[in-house]
Each structure stands twice: as C-alpha cells, then as structure tokens.
Design a protein around this ligand. Sequence first.
Ligand SMILES: Cc1cc2nc3c(=O)[nH]c(=O)nc-3n(C[C@H](O)[C@H](O)[C@H](O)COP(=O)(O)OP(=O)(O)OC[C@H]3O[C@@H](n4cnc5c(N)ncnc54)[C@H](O)[C@@H]3O)c2cc1C
Length: 438
Amino acid sequence: MGDRKTQVVICGGGAGGLEVARRLGARYGRRAHDIILIDRSPTHVWKPLLHEVATGSLDANLDEVGYRHHGFRWGYRYFLGSLSGIDRAAREVILAPLRDEDGRELVAEHRIRYDWLLLAVGSVTNDFGIPGVREHCLFLDDREQADRFRNRLLNHCLRVSRRLVTGLATDDEVRVTIVGGGATGVELAAELFNAAAGLRHYGLEVFDESRLRVTLVEAGDRILPALPEKLAAAAHAELEALGVRVLTSTRVVRAEPGAIVTAAGERIAGDLQVWAAGVRGPDLLAGIGGLETTPLNQLVVTGTLQTTRDPRIFAIGDCAFLRPAGSDRAVPPRAQAAHQMADTCFRNLVAAMEGRPLRPFRYRDRGSLVSLSRYSTVGSLMGNLVGGRMAVEGRLARLMYLSLYRMHLLAIHGWLKGAALILLGHVNQVVRPRLKLH
Ligand SMILES: Cc1cc2nc3c(=O)[nH]c(=O)nc-3n(C[C@H](O)[C@H](O)[C@H](O)COP(=O)(O)OP(=O)(O)OC[C@H]3O[C@@H](n4cnc5c(N)ncnc54)[C@H](O)[C@@H]3O)c2cc1C
C-alpha cells in the first residue's frame, strides 16, 4: 500500500451527496485523503426546484452548480459517469460507458477504487407497473425531464395562442393532467397557473391562465396525505379556486397517447400528462453488489447509515431505507431527510476513517411545507418535536419554504458564497425575466 491515499467515493451529487462531498473535500481534500464525486450529470440542480424549472418560473441555468468548479473550490475530484455496479471483493465501483449525443462511446466502462463508498443516487418516479405510464407520461426526475416538460408546454401554449389569434379556434386550451396529489403534483399544478399568467407579457398575446385546463388525479381520498387534514383541505380549495379539477379516490389504470384512463372508465384527455405518484430506488440498485435492498430498490441501512451487509458502504437520501429503532415508519424520501442524513454521514465517515465510534442517525421531522406558487403556502411544523403539528399558512409558511433552499445553498457553498448567492437570488427576482421561455 505504501503512501496510497484513502479514497472516499461518493456516487450522486444531489441534495445529500453534494453536501458530504463538500464537507469531506474541505476537511481532507488535496491532503490526507482523496475525495471523489461521481454524478451522471455535469451540474447540480436542487431537485425540489424542478417543478419551477418545468414551468419556466425558474431558470435552472442561473441556479445550477457545475461539479467541476465546485470540486476545484472545495477540494474533491469530480468524475462524470453513471454508476452501473459495485465489485465489493475488489472494492471498486463500476461506471457505465460514457457516450456522446449520437451514442458513440467516449469512455469505455471503467472502475474506480474505493476505501469508503457513499451511495446517494436518489430516486425515480414510481409508475407502479401501470400500463402505458412509462411511454405516455412525463416525469420530473431530473433537469432534462423538467426541460422537456417546459418545451412541450410552451409549444402547446404557442399553438393555442396562434390558433386563437388567427381565428382558427375560439375555445382552444392547453390540457395538463397530473397524476399524484402529493407535494410535487400540487406544487406543479399551482406553478402552471403562475407561469400561464405570465405568458401574455412575453409575446403570447392572447394566452393566459384561463386557457389552461389542469386536472390533478389522486388515488387516495385526499391530496397531501403528509399534511394535517385541515391544511390539505385548504390547499384543495385553493387549487379549485385557481381552476384545477381535483379528483380524489381516483385510480389510474392505464395511460395512452393523449389520455389517461381511470378505474371508473373515465378517459381524461391531456396535451401533457405528468406522473408524480410516489418514488422508488433506481433499477440499478436492485441487489447491487449483493447488498440488501427493498422491493422498491432502496438500500437497507443500519442506524449509522451503513449498508447492512457492508460497513464500508454508506447510503443516504431517497435511495436509503431506514426504519429508526422504535418507529413504525421509515425515514421519508425528502430533501430535509437527505440533508440531515448528509450531516450524520459526514461525521460517521470521518469517525470511521479516524477509527472512532460511529453515531446513530436521528431523524427530526421538521414538518412539511407545500408551496402553491405565489398564491399560497401551507404546511405543518415540528412534526415529532411537539408531539403534534403546528399549522402554518401564508407569508410565514412561504418564508420557511424558501429557507429550505437557502439552507441547501449554505450547506453546499459555505457561509460566504451561500449568503452572496441568496442575495443574488433577491436581485435576480427583480432584474431577470419572470419566465424562462427557451
Ligand atoms: C418536483 C419535486 C419537488 C420536491 N419538493 C420537495 C420539498 O419541497 N421538500 C422536500 O423535503 N423534498 C422535496 N422533494 C424531494 C427531494 O427532492 C428529494 O427527497 C431529495 O432531492 C433527495 O436527495 P438525494 O440526495 O437522495 O437525491 P437527489 O437530490 O435526487 O440526487 C441524486 C443524484 O444522483 C445522481 N445520480 C442518479 N443516478 C446516478 C447514477 N447511476 N450514477 C451517478 N449519479 C447518479 C443524480 O444525477 C443526482 O445528482 C421534491 C422532489 C421533486 C421531484
């Protein structure tokens, strides 16, 4: 071994992984240990912003973080690549061949050695195997998909606007069906109205929110099951006031080109159909490297966030499954959980490398906040802290919702740059266009 550096490999630079990479890089990078971040994308966009990217309310080019530059600044090395396997005997991760846009191979399949490995590759939308969903619905799993949604939305808006201007139609509209009444579906529905209201200022002179028909379909008997009933009812009423058709207790059995079909036989036609009905781990995780995984492809971890069959491999965020001792519920797939796990995981990786005992992860449910764009924000705070829930609405809830992203900025950029970016965000709200239209 000689003076070979200890190598820590982090797969996935999202809400959880990027925080760990920054903190390990700042502590050890370029000196004692080699910290390596692998992500299949060259830039990071905080996932909870994707519905705003999808509607054009947010320009991801302004908010994305380039891993190469971030790694140089914080002392970790970044590799573009997609994890495809783990060789635990050799302690190597296997990266899939890297191809260009035309499918030509740029870099052959290769391996990277690790002494300690962190898996933080997030989740994908769960289609529950329902026929047609993969083929005929859009998802909001990454930046590319959000961009695709926005381009299609704008094309439909443009088509309707031109038909109205030229007199080819008088009652044309853009129909969007969203399946899933959780936070993602609800936030997207409200954000669509905000975006549509802005379009008339940007050249689509006859298009506005009255031309939008949004249907939100939920299988459960109410939307936002993570929130107390009173708040979910307030959000439901707010959505209906905007013009959203909210269907609860409605199960989708099939998706077709241009429509989804419900168990009751209703065919809901849509120009755009978005599937946002829950998440699961990516397929590649199923039994990866012989590690224990759940039927939903999540890696089962112990209280210290190490995988059950290999203490050298940690997992955090949406791709990890942890049911804390004494709890009947698993840690939910949320940004706040990824952030909290990143903190414990960083400390535990440091402790493991320095031969100290590891500490157990304790999830603190800070509650949930759901933004109905500029129209309203609802949420509940301090879930398990006060033994009940404290309802918040309006400006206070909005401020708290925004603070989640600010905390993420501080966590990945440090105090100085993080604060500067928060300030810049305020300036951008004034100087940049309200919508991204390309
Ligand atoms: C529209 C939307 C709104 C949301 N709103 C909220 C909210 O308001 N509050 C909240 O708490 N949570 C929210 N969430 C959930 C939250 O985004 C996730 O729980 C959180 O991002 C999980 O963090 P993570 O680090 O596990 O994964 P991610 O942040 O998804 O990061 C995973 C990373 O892994 C990379 N990756 C994936 N596969 C591979 C591979 N094979 N090889 C290499 N790299 C790979 C990805 O490129 C990505 O960078 C929202 C999610 C969505 C989609």
